[in-house]
Design a protein around this ligand. Structure first.
Ligand SMILES: CC(C)(COP(=O)(O)OP(=O)(O)OC[C@H]1O[C@@H](n2cnc3c(N)ncnc32)[C@H](O)[C@@H]1OP(=O)(O)O)[C@@H](O)C(=O)NCCC(=O)NCCS
Length: 173
Protein backbone atom coordinates (compact mmCIF):
# COMPACT_ATOMS: atom_id res chain seq x y z
CA UNK A 1 0.00 0.00 0.00
CA UNK A 2 1.32 3.48 -0.92
CA UNK A 3 2.08 5.70 2.11
CA UNK A 4 -0.48 8.51 2.42
CA UNK A 5 0.88 12.05 1.96
CA UNK A 6 0.03 14.42 4.80
CA UNK A 7 -1.09 17.81 3.46
CA UNK A 8 -1.67 20.83 5.72
CA UNK A 9 -5.29 20.72 6.79
CA UNK A 10 -5.31 24.53 6.99
CA UNK A 11 -5.37 25.16 3.27
CA UNK A 12 -5.08 21.67 1.80
CA UNK A 13 -1.59 22.48 0.50
CA UNK A 14 1.98 22.01 1.66
CA UNK A 15 3.34 24.90 3.70
CA UNK A 16 6.78 25.33 5.30
CA UNK A 17 5.37 24.69 8.76
CA UNK A 18 4.50 21.13 7.71
CA UNK A 19 8.19 20.36 7.19
CA UNK A 20 9.54 21.90 10.39
CA UNK A 21 11.77 19.75 12.58
CA UNK A 22 13.27 20.60 15.97
CA UNK A 23 15.96 18.25 17.20
CA UNK A 24 17.62 18.69 20.60
CA UNK A 25 20.93 17.05 21.55
CA UNK A 26 23.15 17.14 24.65
CA UNK A 27 26.92 17.31 23.98
CA UNK A 28 28.42 14.27 25.72
CA UNK A 29 32.14 13.39 26.18
CA UNK A 30 32.11 10.99 23.22
CA UNK A 31 31.00 13.85 20.92
CA UNK A 32 33.97 16.12 21.70
CA UNK A 33 37.62 16.63 20.77
CA UNK A 34 40.58 16.90 23.18
CA UNK A 35 39.61 20.53 23.93
CA UNK A 36 36.09 19.60 25.07
CA UNK A 37 34.48 21.11 21.96
CA UNK A 38 31.84 19.37 19.85
CA UNK A 39 33.38 17.58 16.85
CA UNK A 40 32.49 19.17 13.51
CA UNK A 41 31.65 15.79 12.02
CA UNK A 42 29.20 15.02 14.83
CA UNK A 43 27.42 18.32 14.25
CA UNK A 44 27.30 17.64 10.49
CA UNK A 45 25.72 14.25 11.22
CA UNK A 46 22.99 15.88 13.35
CA UNK A 47 22.44 18.54 10.65
CA UNK A 48 22.03 15.82 8.00
CA UNK A 49 19.55 13.87 10.15
CA UNK A 50 17.39 16.92 11.01
CA UNK A 51 17.38 17.99 7.34
CA UNK A 52 16.55 14.49 6.09
CA UNK A 53 13.54 14.27 8.41
CA UNK A 54 12.36 17.67 7.17
CA UNK A 55 12.68 16.69 3.49
CA UNK A 56 10.87 13.40 4.12
CA UNK A 57 8.17 15.16 6.12
CA UNK A 58 7.55 17.49 3.17
CA UNK A 59 7.70 14.91 0.40
CA UNK A 60 6.38 11.81 2.11
CA UNK A 61 9.12 9.91 0.26
CA UNK A 62 12.54 8.47 1.01
CA UNK A 63 15.08 11.24 0.36
CA UNK A 64 18.85 11.19 -0.09
CA UNK A 65 21.36 13.97 0.48
CA UNK A 66 22.48 15.26 -2.95
CA UNK A 67 24.70 18.06 -1.66
CA UNK A 68 25.63 20.09 1.38
CA UNK A 69 26.63 23.73 0.95
CA UNK A 70 29.64 25.14 2.76
CA UNK A 71 29.28 24.96 6.57
CA UNK A 72 31.10 27.49 8.72
CA UNK A 73 31.67 26.95 12.43
CA UNK A 74 31.31 30.35 14.10
CA UNK A 75 31.68 29.35 17.77
CA UNK A 76 32.90 26.21 19.51
CA UNK A 77 30.09 24.26 21.22
CA UNK A 78 31.21 22.90 24.57
CA UNK A 79 30.77 19.63 26.47
CA UNK A 80 27.50 19.74 28.45
CA UNK A 81 25.85 22.34 26.19
CA UNK A 82 22.50 21.73 24.54
CA UNK A 83 22.33 21.92 20.75
CA UNK A 84 19.04 22.74 19.07
CA UNK A 85 18.69 22.15 15.33
CA UNK A 86 15.72 23.69 13.49
CA UNK A 87 15.19 22.45 9.96
CA UNK A 88 12.59 23.25 7.32
CA UNK A 89 12.21 23.06 3.55
CA UNK A 90 13.03 26.45 2.01
CA UNK A 91 11.92 25.50 -1.48
CA UNK A 92 10.86 22.42 -3.42
CA UNK A 93 11.93 22.23 -7.06
CA UNK A 94 11.07 19.25 -9.25
CA UNK A 95 12.48 16.22 -7.45
CA UNK A 96 14.83 18.13 -5.12
CA UNK A 97 14.34 20.36 -2.10
CA UNK A 98 16.58 22.84 -0.34
CA UNK A 99 16.46 22.40 3.43
CA UNK A 100 17.82 25.07 5.76
CA UNK A 101 19.08 24.10 9.22
CA UNK A 102 19.76 26.61 11.97
CA UNK A 103 21.94 25.43 14.86
CA UNK A 104 21.92 27.11 18.27
CA UNK A 105 23.83 26.15 21.38
CA UNK A 106 22.76 26.79 24.95
CA UNK A 107 24.78 26.78 28.13
CA UNK A 108 22.30 25.57 30.76
CA UNK A 109 24.39 26.94 33.66
CA UNK A 110 24.60 30.54 32.39
CA UNK A 111 21.54 30.56 30.11
CA UNK A 112 23.72 31.90 27.26
CA UNK A 113 22.47 30.99 23.77
CA UNK A 114 24.44 31.31 20.53
CA UNK A 115 23.58 30.77 16.89
CA UNK A 116 26.41 28.53 15.79
CA UNK A 117 25.67 27.64 12.17
CA UNK A 118 23.25 27.84 9.31
CA UNK A 119 23.48 25.06 6.76
CA UNK A 120 21.76 24.45 3.44
CA UNK A 121 21.35 20.94 2.10
CA UNK A 122 19.74 19.56 -1.05
CA UNK A 123 17.72 16.36 -0.83
CA UNK A 124 16.29 14.35 -3.69
CA UNK A 125 13.13 12.28 -3.23
CA UNK A 126 13.28 8.76 -4.65
CA UNK A 127 10.61 6.40 -5.92
CA UNK A 128 10.48 2.71 -5.06
CA UNK A 129 13.04 2.00 -7.83
CA UNK A 130 15.51 4.50 -6.35
CA UNK A 131 14.94 7.06 -9.12
CA UNK A 132 14.33 10.80 -8.53
CA UNK A 133 10.62 11.37 -7.97
CA UNK A 134 8.53 14.54 -8.09
CA UNK A 135 7.75 16.41 -4.87
CA UNK A 136 4.97 18.81 -3.88
CA UNK A 137 5.55 22.52 -4.35
CA UNK A 138 5.87 24.44 -1.09
CA UNK A 139 4.06 27.66 -0.23
CA UNK A 140 6.00 30.16 1.89
CA UNK A 141 3.74 32.20 4.18
CA UNK A 142 5.78 34.47 6.45
CA UNK A 143 8.19 37.17 5.26
CA UNK A 144 11.19 35.09 6.38
CA UNK A 145 9.87 32.04 4.53
CA UNK A 146 9.33 34.15 1.39
CA UNK A 147 12.89 35.52 1.61
CA UNK A 148 14.36 32.02 2.06
CA UNK A 149 12.22 30.77 -0.86
CA UNK A 150 13.65 33.48 -3.16
CA UNK A 151 17.24 32.98 -1.98
CA UNK A 152 16.96 29.19 -2.40
CA UNK A 153 16.58 29.63 -6.16
CA UNK A 154 19.80 31.67 -6.33
CA UNK A 155 21.67 29.07 -4.28
CA UNK A 156 20.33 26.28 -6.54
CA UNK A 157 21.66 28.08 -9.64
CA UNK A 158 25.09 28.35 -8.00
CA UNK A 159 25.04 24.67 -7.01
CA UNK A 160 24.06 23.46 -10.44
CA UNK A 161 26.77 25.65 -11.92
CA UNK A 162 29.28 23.92 -9.61
CA UNK A 163 28.13 20.53 -10.92
CA UNK A 164 29.55 21.36 -14.35
CA UNK A 165 33.03 19.92 -14.99
CA UNK A 166 35.89 22.38 -14.62
CA UNK A 167 37.74 23.25 -17.81
CA UNK A 168 41.22 24.67 -17.16
CA UNK A 169 42.19 27.74 -19.21
CA UNK A 170 44.52 26.99 -22.09
CA UNK A 171 48.12 27.98 -21.47
CA UNK A 172 47.83 27.91 -17.64
CA UNK A 173 50.38 25.65 -16.03
C1 LIG B 1 21.19 12.65 -5.74
C2 LIG B 1 20.94 11.68 -6.88
C3 LIG B 1 19.65 10.89 -6.59
C4 LIG B 1 20.71 12.52 -8.14
O1 LIG B 1 20.55 11.65 -9.18
P1 LIG B 1 20.84 12.08 -10.71
O2 LIG B 1 20.72 10.88 -11.56
O3 LIG B 1 22.05 12.91 -10.76
O4 LIG B 1 19.52 12.88 -10.99
P2 LIG B 1 19.25 14.12 -11.88
O5 LIG B 1 20.43 14.65 -12.62
O6 LIG B 1 18.04 13.72 -12.67
O7 LIG B 1 18.84 15.19 -10.78
C5 LIG B 1 17.74 14.97 -9.93
C6 LIG B 1 17.61 16.18 -9.05
O8 LIG B 1 18.74 16.24 -8.18
C7 LIG B 1 19.32 17.52 -8.24
N1 LIG B 1 20.75 17.36 -7.98
C8 LIG B 1 21.55 16.38 -8.43
N2 LIG B 1 22.79 16.56 -7.96
C9 LIG B 1 22.78 17.68 -7.22
C10 LIG B 1 23.75 18.38 -6.46
N3 LIG B 1 25.02 17.96 -6.39
N4 LIG B 1 23.37 19.48 -5.80
C11 LIG B 1 22.10 19.91 -5.85
N5 LIG B 1 21.12 19.29 -6.54
C12 LIG B 1 21.46 18.19 -7.22
C13 LIG B 1 19.01 18.00 -9.66
O9 LIG B 1 19.08 19.41 -9.75
C14 LIG B 1 17.59 17.50 -9.81
O10 LIG B 1 16.71 18.36 -9.11
P3 LIG B 1 15.26 18.79 -9.71
O11 LIG B 1 14.58 17.52 -10.16
O12 LIG B 1 14.56 19.38 -8.55
O13 LIG B 1 15.52 19.73 -10.83
C15 LIG B 1 22.12 10.70 -7.15
O14 LIG B 1 23.25 11.46 -7.53
C16 LIG B 1 22.45 9.88 -5.92
O15 LIG B 1 21.79 8.89 -5.64
N6 LIG B 1 23.50 10.28 -5.17
C17 LIG B 1 23.89 9.58 -3.97
C18 LIG B 1 23.06 10.09 -2.79
C19 LIG B 1 23.57 9.56 -1.49
O16 LIG B 1 23.97 8.43 -1.41
N7 LIG B 1 23.55 10.42 -0.46
C20 LIG B 1 24.10 10.12 0.80
C21 LIG B 1 23.33 9.14 1.57
S1 LIG B 1 21.67 9.66 1.88
Amino acid sequence: MKPKLVVSKKANRKVVQDSQVTMVELVLPNDTNQLGALLGGKLMHWIDIAAAISAQRHSGKVCVTASVDEINFHHPIRLGEVVTLRASVNRAFHTSMEVGVQVTSENLLTGEKKTSNTAYLTFVALDSNGRPSEVFPIFPETNDEKRRFKEALLRRERRLQNRKPLSPKKGVR
